[in-house]
Design a binder for this molecule. Structure first.
Ligand SMILES: [Zn+2]
Length: 510
């Protein structure tokens, strides 16, 4: 007897081919038979021919590293049909553990959020074991983060390039995590402390990635004025080292930079023609979200939180900071790229009353220049500060969404109480907005980007497609309305008829 049969299901199978009708039978953790409609029976028969059955969605860009320990169900992901996500992105992650845990905690808390439990793991194996012990609602994969490697080797003295011996040490740590099953290496050249790595350090680490045949994922240095130089930096790194490259959340930030996206896309296309294995991901929104402190100039970013707050409150330092933020020298100053109208407070631990307001609105309320208002907020902030910003035009977002090299990612952040909607709704939003409403993608193309394409990218042999013998990660949903009905994770119903089943059937993908 099968555990589940989806009867007469309309199957969009992740390959990009046309939808077809069949019965899909699940036994134990596997899709074990696909037959003509109404030919199979099972313990649970799901007969909803109006809904679409597709492979569970794969989110290739996520930040659930601590959320899975806080809330193992990961219901925010399940409820949008995501059955696997990849964490440790943007160079931000939790292993290997540095000698001083606080370095890692304070560097990552704006992105990964707070966590009361003991940071008791030392490496990828022990971190993964800890998750396995408390369970997970969805499958998870992890990249090894550059910032954790730098902290483990350089300690708090990380605002510099590493020396030969230190690079060697980082390489052997990276090698160990990859051998333990981490799926790749990520860096965030926009963020401290990754921004201080020189080319030699990066190429050495990438040679380890290459040797282990894993993925290199990068939040590149400048998504604004210098996007062309910045994308070419990572294309060169990948072609010199021969690694597979995933450019994270590809977009051009700022009104004046929207016309650069065509050149960026054609650079990536030509790199592929020369044999480079490069691809990119993006979340389906024209606005983004990150730490409010990351708006500060690079030479302030590496300071401790207390030093940062002091710097923005001292008159003469503040003047220097303002100058640098208004006319930045070779870095992305989001403030000047996006402008105060389009930077909104999402969550501020010390100024809850400002949540939802733009810097322009806050400036008006406080009778001050919006940039001063921003620096005043930062000088007051003793906890976490997360903002949302309009980054790109809808026209460009559509170009990216329908590009054949684009794979789906949410860039979900759970660090604030009112997160960017991408955290809870990215997958269904993509289908509602870009398939049903705007019709810039067909359903089969969208599903391919959200499943098979990402599985191939990650070299997963048993996920991402509806095929006999594959793991039964499945989502049944209303494609018109973008509503999830049923989700199976490794053959267990995590959501059934819209109801959460309190299962924790996810696994760590090594
Ligand atoms: Zn990022």
């Amino acid at each position: 007897m099968y555990d589940y049969v989806f009867s007469n299901a309309l199957i969009v199978d992740g390959t990009g081919r046309d939808a077809y009708r069949a019965d899909v039978a699940v036994y134990s953790s596997l899709i074990c038979l696909i037959e003509k409609p109404y030919s199979l029976s099972a313990r649970h028969v799901i007969d909803k021919p109006d809904l679409v059955l597709s492979p569970g969605f794969i989110d290739i860009h996520s930040h659930d590293d601590l959320e899975v320990l806080r809330n193992p169900s990961l219901l925010a992901k399940l409820a949008q049909g995501i059955t696997l996500d990849i964490n440790g992105n943007c160079g931000i992650g939790l292993f290997p553990m540095p000698k001083d845990k606080n370095d890692l905690i304070s560097l990552s808390e704006d992105i990964l959020g707070l966590y009361d439990g003991p940071f008791s793991w030392s490496d990828y194996s022990s971190y993964a074991e800890m998750i396995e012990k408390s369970g997970t609602g969805i499958n998870l994969g992890f990249l090894t983060a550059h910032s954790a490697l730098r902290l483990a080797v350089l300690g708090s003295d990380y605002a510099r390039a590493a020396g030969d011996k230190e690079i060697e040490e980082m390489c052997s740590l990276l090698d160990k995590q990859l051998k333990e099953g981490s799926l790749g290496f990520s860096t965030g050249l926009y963020y401290s402390p990754c921004m201080f790595a020189d080319k030699r350090e990066l190429l050495s680490l990438l040679s380890v990635v290459k040797r282990n045949d894993k993925l290199f994922s990068v939040h590149h240095r400048c998504e604004g004025d210098d996007i062309i130089e910045s994308v070419s930096e990572v294309l060169n790194l990948a072609s010199e080292s021969g690694v597979r490259l995933e450019i994270s959340h590809l977009k051009a930030i700022g009104r004046d930079n929207q016309d650069k996206i065509d050149s960026v896309l054609s650079m990536i296309e030509s790199a592929r023609k020369t044999g480079l294995d490069v691809r990119f991901d993006q979340y389906p929104y024209e606005y983004g979200s990150t730490s409010l402190f990351s708006l500060l100039p690079p030479d302030i970013q590496h300071l401790s939180r207390i030093e940062q707050r002091l710097a923005v409150s001292l008159d003469n330092e503040r003047e220097e900071i303002k100058k640098e933020m208004l006319s930045p020298s070779g870095w992305d100053s989001i403030y000047s790229l996006v402008g105060p109208d389009d930077i909104k407070m999402l969550s501020l631990d010390s100024h809850h009353e400002l949540e939802g307001l733009s810097l322009t609105q806050i400036g008006r309320m406080w009778n001050s220049d919006p940039l001063d208002a921003l620096l005043d907020i930062l000088s007051d902030e003793t906890g976490r500060a997360v903002m949302m910003d309009v980054t790109e035009s809808m026209e460009n977002l559509k170009k990216i969404m329908r590009h054949p090299l684009m794979g789906f990612g949410t860039d979900s952040l759970f660090s604030s109480s009112s997160p960017h909607p991408r955290t809870r709704d990215a997958a269904m939003h993509l289908i509602r907005k870009f398939v049903s409403e705007d019709k810039i993608l067909s359903l089969k193309e969208a599903v391919r980007k959200m499943s098979g394409e990402n599985a191939d990218r990650l070299r997963l042999k048993d996920r991402g497609y509806i095929r006999e013998g594959m793991k039964a990660d499945l989502v049944l949903f209303n494609a018109e309305k973008g509503v999830v009905d049923t989700v199976l994770v490794n053959g267990k119903a995590a959501i059934l008829d819209g109801e959460y089943q309190k299962t924790l059937s996810g696994a760590i993908i090594r």
